[in-house]
Design a protein around this ligand. Structure first.
Ligand code: SF4
Ligand code: SF4
Length: 171
């Protein structure tokens, strides 16, 4: 039994050869079924500074308290989805060529949870979980950006904002 545990611990994970991910900014990860976007007290302070508000006002206007933690509020969209309070639909271009994009209005100070998507433990548990996440997130397995095992695990385990998050446009 002990030997099995050791073998499992030293086995390479299924994503050992890296994973492809390039965000297409579709906004799907900021809406959908009800959920939680956790935000720490330090992140609330950073957001407050960014919006030139007090942390108390940020909590009052944009957060909800759940079991001693804070999560961003959600709003019902006309389609009945639960949008993050900071998601905004924007028309880019004019006429028939106009495109509707859903953008994060606090992109520069978005919480860690948003910065480390899709490299969350739940998505990395096995290949099926990764593929299932890719049904709504079209950046998964797409584009030119490949993350190494080390980068994936650093994002999965990050406790503060990573320098080059996967959902940034820089590589
Ligand atoms: S904070 Fe921004 S990136 Fe995070 S869920 Fe809300 S809109 Fe999306
Ligand atoms: S992370 Fe995925 S779901 Fe979210 S905006 Fe990018 S491509 Fe869309």
């Amino acid at each position: 039994m002990k030997l099995n545990v050791l073998e499992n611990a030293t086995q390479a994970p299924w994503y050992a050869d890296g994973l492809k991910f390039t965000c297409s900014q579709c906004g799907n990860c900021c809406t959908g079924a009800p959920g939680y976007v956790w935000i720490s007290e330090e992140e609330i302070r950073r957001l407050a500074e960014h919006l030139k508000l007090t942390p108390g006002t940020i909590v009052e206007r944009y957060c909800r308290r759940i079991a001693g933690r804070f999560s961003l509020q959600e709003r019902r969209s006309p389609e009945g989805l639960y949008d993050c309070v900071f998601l905004k639909e924007t028309r880019i271009g004019k006429g028939r060529k106009a495109q509707v994009k859903r953008v994060c209005t606090i992109y520069d100070v978005r919480p860690l949870q948003c910065r480390t998507w899709p490299f969350w433990s739940g998505n990395l548990g096995d290949k099926d979980a990764w593929e299932a996440a890719g049904k709504r997130c079209h950046g998964i397995n797409a584009g030119s950006r490949t993350f190494t095992r080390e980068q994936i695990e650093a994002l999965r385990d990050a406790e503060d904002w990573p320098e080059n998050p996967p959902t940034s446009s820089s590589t």
